[in-house]
Design a binder for this molecule. Structure first.
Ligand code: ADP
Length: 416
């Protein structure tokens, strides 16, 4: 079938969207043409009762299986197949046909800079809908910088024009894991009075061909439809790794798609501020760092002593504590720990308090001793990052890009 014939078929379907047979025909043709993203979008409106032919049901199960829509797979599954579920068979078939799409992409993302240690076992904190700088401990210099370079031009109409002229682009926050990049992004949105739209790249990546691009477009559209908005991408290095090190053509393709969305090639990005965070700025492809893209970089360092005390205060607020908790002593004992490390310490002490409450049958509050015990039981997740960062900043500083790291190491090498 030619493109023109397919277009005509689609037009007919647009005029008669309830015609299931026609819809199925369009889905089949799109799949024949390997246009799987559109096939999926078209197939979503089909109900189980619309498809009686087992071959068609297998086809649709495979399509939905690749997109990870397990409920849809169930809906179209043919129960009396000889071995395995339809989803397994369809997936096995499609994966065999397309080596290197699904499994590899997911592994690549799953392996991105995830460290072992207690913080990874913690549940994600439930963050309030709107946050401000007051919810972020320390980072005073970064906050000042963010205020001057992002919030002011973004939120003051007289300066907006200037902001637009020089960007459409974004801001990259980098630094060790768990030190407040995500928190700061959220708080920046709050300070701008902008909606916060967040996208974790493992959510964007989809084993199904074309699916990731579609999700990415959807995320950008989401941000564009409710301006002013801050669109935040965490772990951007999973997408923007140097092309030479990227093993997957799928990722390269998705990276190009991301950049064209960010450049606003097919839509207007006015009023959308794109922020991204990475633990590994040195592995980012230069294309991501060009003017108009992530051309402004902020180093988000580990918290200093005063910031650690503030983070302990924030983390202990609303918990049952035994007065008085000396947060300054805790801060002094946690040199070199990240904000997430501190949160882990408070969580461990909370678990301790819960255990003791259960044992004794009466409420036992979190005590200084419990917190200090938790400090001793845990370790810093930042040290390794700083060693890597020192090497990059010393030996491949790319025109002073990582001067902030060197200044930080110089100023805080021994003191913190
Ligand atoms: P990153 O994005 O740098 O990896 P996050 O912003 O996700 O780190 O921080 C992880 C958690 O650690 C936060 O949810 C918060 O509980 C705690 N945290 C880290 N830095 C700070 C900070 N500066 N102030 C308050 N809490 C912090």
């Amino acid at each position: 079938m030619t493109d023109a014939q397919l277009d005509a078929l689609k037009e007919t379907l647009a005029a008669a969207p309830d015609n299931a047979l026609l819809r199925l025909a369009v889905v089949r043709k799109l799949m024949d043409n390997n246009n799987l993203s559109e096939a999926l979008a078209t197939a979503l409106d089909l109900g189980s009762e619309d498809v009686t032919n087992p071959a068609d049901r297998v086809l649709l199960s495979g399509l939905f299986g690749q997109a990870g829509l397990t409920d849809k797979v169930e809906l179209f599954a043919v129960r009396d197949e000889p071995t395995g579920t339809i989803e397994e068979q369809a997936n096995a078939e499609i994966l065999a046909d397309q080596p290197g799409t699904s499994g590899r992409v997911l592994r690549l993302v799953g392996g991105a800079d995830i460290e072992d240690g207690p913080i990874n076992d913690l549940p994600e904190p439930e963050l309030p809908e709107t946050m401000t700088f007051a919810d972020v401990g320390g980072l005073d210099e970064v906050k000042k910088d963010v205020h001057r370079r992002i919030i002011l031009p973004f939120s003051q109409p007289s300066l907006v024009q200037r902001f637009r002229k020089r960007s459409g682009g974004g801001v990259l926050m980098y630094g060790p894991p768990g030190c407040g990049k995500t928190l700061l992004a959220r708080a920046t949105a709050g300070e701008c009075g902008a909606k916060f739209v967040t996208a974790h790249l493992s959510e964007v990546l989809d084993p199904y061909i074309g699916g990731s691009e579609q999700r990415l477009t959807q995320i950008f559209q989401n941000a564009r439809s409710s301006t002013p908005s801050v669109l935040f991408f965490d772990e951007i290095e999973a997408l923007g790794a140097k092309r030479s090190t990227s093993t997957s053509s799928h990722i390269s393709q998705l990276a190009s798609h991301f950049l064209s969305e960010m450049d606003g090639v097919s839509a207007n990005n006015d009023g959308v501020l794109t922020l991204a965070a990475t633990n590994a700025p040195w592995s980012m492809d230069a294309a991501f760092l060009r003017p108009g893209r992530f051309d402004r970089m902020f180093f988000v360092p580990p918290p200093d002593r005063a910031a650690r005390a503030k983070i302990f205060l924030l983390e202990l607020a609303d918990r049952l504590i035994q007065d008085p908790i000396d947060v300054n002593a805790l801060a002094a004992a946690t040199t070199g720990r990240s904000g997430a490390d501190l949160r882990a310490i408070v969580e461990i002490a909370s678990d301790d308090a819960i255990d003791q409450t259960l044992e004794r049958g009466e409420e036992v509050p979190i005590s200084q001793a419990m917190l200090m015990r938790a400090v001793e039981e845990t370790r810093s997740t930042v040290a390794e990052w700083l060693t890597t960062a020192r090497n990059h900043a010393t030996y491949s500083n790319q025109g002073g890009r990582y001067d902030d790291i060197l200044v930080f190491l110089e100023q805080n090498g021994r003191r913190r």
